[in-house]
Design a protein. Structure first.
Length: 94
């Protein structure tokens, strides 16, 4: 099973999460959204409720989950700029 982490649980993050959830049906690929981080706790909570993803306290925690096969970053530009240094460390860690 492919396990994905998503940083950014807004509109675009949810589109990607939905696509990941449909991979089994559409392409025969067993995949799941396993972890999520969003600066807005309510957005992360919604993705957790919809897909069962573990809510992380930051991008570093998410990147530290060894079971993840990929991390998908889907933040609005304003949030991405504010978190850029932390996201760069995620890229390095993965």
């Amino acid at each position: 099973m492919l396990k994905f982490g998503i940083i950014g649980a807004g509109r675009l993050g949810n589109v990607h999460a939905g696509n990941i959830a449909q991979l089994k049906t559409l392409a025969g690929i067993d995949a799941q959204v396993a972890a999520v981080y969003d600066p807005k706790e309510s957005a992360a909570k919604n993705m957790h409720e919809k897909y069962g993803a573990v809510i992380c306290s930051g991008p570093e925690e998410l990147a530290g989950i060894p079971e993840l096969d990929a991390v998908n970053v889907r933040l609005a530009e304003k949030s991405r700029i504010r978190l850029q240094g932390r996201i760069d460390r995620v890229d390095t860690a993965r």
